[in-house]
Design a binder for this molecule. Sequence first.
Ligand SMILES: Cc1ncc(C[n+]2csc(CCOP(=O)(O)OP(=O)(O)O)c2C)c(N)n1
Length: 595
Amino acid sequence: MNKIPVNRNFVWTETFVNQLVSIGVKYACISPGSRNTPLTISFSKQKKIKCFVHIDERVSGFFALGLAKAANTPVAVVTTSGTATAELYPAIIEAYQQRIPLIICTADRPPEKLNTGANQTIIQRNLYRNHIRWFKNVWLRDLSERKIVSVKRIAIKAFKISSSQNKGPIHLNFPFRRPLEPDSYTDEISKELFDEISKPLILSDKIIEPDELRKKGKRLIDHISDKVSGNEKGLIITGPLVYNQKLITGINQLSKVTGYPILSDGISHLRFNNSAASKNVCVNYDTFLGSENFRKYHKAEFVLHFGRTPTSNILEEYLNFSNPARFIINEYGDLFDPSGKTKKAIRFNPVLFCEMLIEKLKANNTGKEKTNWQKVFEMADSLVEELKTGQLNKVGLKYEPKIISELVSSLPKNTNLMIGNSLPVRDFEWFASRTNKNIKVFFNRGASGIDGVTSTALGIASIQKPVILLTGDLSFLHDLNALISAKKSGTPLIIVLINNNGGGIFNSLPIASNKKVFKDFFITPHNLNIGKIVKSFGLEYFLIKSNLQIKLREALKKKSFVVLEIKTDSVLSTNFRKKIRSEAIKTLEKELFVK
Ligand SMILES: Cc1ncc(C[n+]2csc(CCOP(=O)(O)OP(=O)(O)O)c2C)c(N)n1
């Protein structure tokens, strides 16, 4: 019988990649190296997979994170062995915390090379053990049909876990023995076995029927609807999450039926959808919940919480103080209550949860006219909004909050917005007003690092258009290597860069008064010329002093990569925030409590 010469590593990687493609993997992010040759070649040959190449693995990891979040489908990430694998760790942590599907494929040296002083050899076995949903060392000990099928099964399991069963990143480690090139043959196999490589297993998936789910949820819904019926003083919190339209609609209807105001996080999408027309959506709670009287006289008794932990610390303080019955609902039962008061989250499909609760409440006839509770929240929100707008109209772009209001009012419909951590996300929470422009907001609030921000935005921009990134200068500098990928790929992305020459957020910390250490160890001014840096990568750059709106429109028309830098005054901005907050609280207390 005729035998076919093969390289064993390729039997393994071709089988694996063929299987991934057959179940729907469409993207791979690959970094250069030698040990990963079999994986790289197998992915790059696939017409149905779009490959992105990044020389820096940290960039690659975050790019894949952005891409996977925007596409909501697993993205494969390929690296060589050694420290290259560790460069992925920050992105893996973020993906773990946010449950973003990544299939991490690290090439490794064979086990006999471990602890021998062999080059580029580290212990990669379950390297990310605290932040990974599944790990598997992928071995092909012999070239039997059984072993080839087991590689296919691993690919299927990787896909299923990462995309749904326990959504998030999974790690497959491939120890490859030399030779690593496809035409350096190591074995001979039969035609039948050879054909197995390109024959994927059919994915058999047990789909849970909605009726089955409904049955499971009935007791829960009965229990909650009983509580809602007896509690006028309820709130709906929409924490950070990329909400789909069904969930947005469900939450809005739930708010109407229950009469509960929606406290919508700046990065929750509910502020920027058609739901925003409803006054039920509050956006200024971070200010009005700062009023002691408001807290005291308007304690929440019942909370339905969707999405992650809210950005607003004041909201958390208010909840601690009110001590309501808090129901945290999400697909995986992840807990988002740093106070530790809620012991367990509800593991249930949030869309179905809304649907079932609405049905039940309507059946119980609890839908009613606006309550006083609702009116107070609406009134407080409008009052702060008016005051805030008045103050913002008086200042220019030197004041960081002004950048938020100009940005939100200049965005075209259907924009994707990535918000960096530190002050951008805080200011966005405080100063982004409601709009119905259908703005989809992305963020890295899983671990809230200032790393990988530009790379994540580039990953989103590789499949969504247009994308605007709002980021601070230290975050931008932290991820400069992303500019290499931006230049190489030509991906259109507009970066609105708030440059306050260091970590402006620290100005609001008590340590700011310790002049001795504050500047050098906290603010860390860099005095770098951002324009020169960006241009040195061959990318476009503009310094913006006013009229952000015009520059933004021009940049959007060009459909290219551009950095719009705005130099701000961190101290002025800090004082401005304080002033707005204290004036708003004073006015609110006068209106609501001194009559
Ligand atoms: C990877 C990482 N390193 C350090 C920190 C701590 N940190 C939080 S905010 C911040 C400063 C960020 O400065 P910048 O991006 O310029 O934003 P600004 O605060 O000025 O708005 C730092 C260093 C972090 N969150 N993540």
